[in-house]
Ligand binder design. Structure first.
Ligand code: NAI
Ligand code: MG
Length: 354
């Protein structure tokens, strides 16, 4: 029996266009072995579209993808279009309309990918950043006054709700149950006197419902330093939208390359499609040169398999990735090799098909 999944593809801009074909090729190859068929619908939503049509996506864009089982996104952003336009015109509307309130970012130092930290060894550094994805510091509330005048001012409000903090904390504690049972909560309740003490209180309340899990609260500045000095001590890190965003890029760098890092924007209730995307952006500096590392997109596709209920197939993709990196051989430039996107993808596909 074949399971059919409908997947919405949004390649986006720059290397987003180059990393999605390798990801779908891997999905098709592993799907064939597991009786899964993927039917893709591709959407040209991007800064290129913005330049022609004045919008990143059509007015009914969200309806067009609401019925898909999942969304696979490359990256959006291109010089000439302000980054807040591309982000708020596409990614943030999708995350919010589909209640993708968990942004899940696994980080691992993999055998064969050198970390810039001498102490970060494969097998030891393996943690997950659980980033709140729907509220917090990324809010539309605020404004600017007196533009261009000496008295010009800008106000940006952070929004934290009991519902929002509760559900992200619960997600983190439940995830830790199946891992090493340790949660670090990123805070800044010394300097930010309203929202962060509230975050701490709600996280501690939820922790009380998970007595088997150890909770440690760390101020974001000290946490950033510890992530560099001793990354192996972390298991699950739960953080607000902004803190989680910054920590996960830092963590991706610790793992050796931003080109590897995957993410999932999850709607845990499955009322709406979830969206999977590499952490990296559109990389205009290397776009169109066959230099992009497709692993971030491929690892994201593996997270999508997992979310769709195909844990075995998802693990097979990761095993192939780990195997091919550990073997040495073919790798892209950001991982210290010389191979292009196409050559690296071919080598990986050989392994997935085995
Ligand atoms: P970036 O992630 O695109 O690039 C940062 C650096 O990492 C560049 O030197 C790039 O060449 C390198 N790099 C990134 N991905 C790579 C890969 N797969 N293989 C090899 N090298 C890779 O971040 P940057 O330069 O800050 O942003 C560029 C554009 O992307 C901006 O318009 C930004 O807004 C957008 N962006 C979009 C994101 C998304 O769609 N989720 C996330 C981050 C940035
Ligand atoms: Mg980011």
């Amino acid at each position: 029996m074949t399971t059919v999944h409908r997947i919405a593809l949004i390649p986006g801009d720059g290397i987003g266009q180059e990393v999605l074909p390798p990801a779908t090729a891997v999905l098709d190859a592993v799907g064939k072995r597991h009786g899964i068929e993927f039917r893709y619908d591709s959407f040209d939503w991007s800064c290129k579209r913005y330049a022609h049509e004045g919008a990143m996506m059509p007015a009914d864009g969200l309806e067009q993808i609401a019925g898909h089982d999942a969304i696979l996104l490359g990256a959006v952003g291109w010089p000439g279009v302000p980054d807040h336009v591309s982000l708020w015109g596409l990614l943030i509307p999708i995350r919010r309309a589909f209640a993708q309130y968990v942004n899940l970012r696994p980080i691992a130092v993999l055998d064969g990918v050198p970390s810039p930290l001498s102490g970060a060894r494969p097998g030891e550094v393996d943690f997950v950043v659980v980033r709140e994805n729907s509220e917090g510091e990324y809010s539309e509330i605020g404004g600017r006054m007196n533009r261009g005048l000496p008295g010009e001012l800008a106000v940006q409000e952070a929004v934290f709700t009991r519902t929002g903090v509760t559900r992200i904390a619960d997600y983190a504690f439940e995830l830790a149950e199946g891992r090493r049972k340790h949660v670090t909560s990123a805070t800044k309740s010394n300097g930010i006197v309203h929202t962060m003490p509230f975050w701490d209180e709600v996280v501690a309340e939820r922790a009380a419902r998970h007595p088997g899990i150890e909770l440690v609260s760390e101020h974001i500045d000290a946490l950033a330093a510890k992530l560099v000095l001793n990354p192996s001590r972390f298991d699950v890190i739960v953080a607000s939208n902004l803190f989680g965003d910054i920590l996960s890029d830092l963590a991706a760098a610790v793992a050796g390359s931003i080109g590897i890092a995957p993410s999932g924007n999850l709607n845990p209730e499955r009322d709406h499609p979830s969206m999977f995307e590499p952490v990296h952006g559109s990389a205009p500096d290397i776009a169109g040169k066959d230099l992009a590392n497709p692993l971030g997109a491929i690892w994201s596709a593996s997270m999508m398999l997992d979310h769709l209920g195909h844990a075995d197939a998802a693990a097979e993709v990761l095993d192939a990735v780990r195997g091919s990196l550990a073997e040495g051989g073919v790798r892209t430039r950001d991982m210290g090799g010389t191979a292009g996107t196409a050559e690296f993808t071919r080598a990986l596909l050989d392994r997935v098909g085995r």
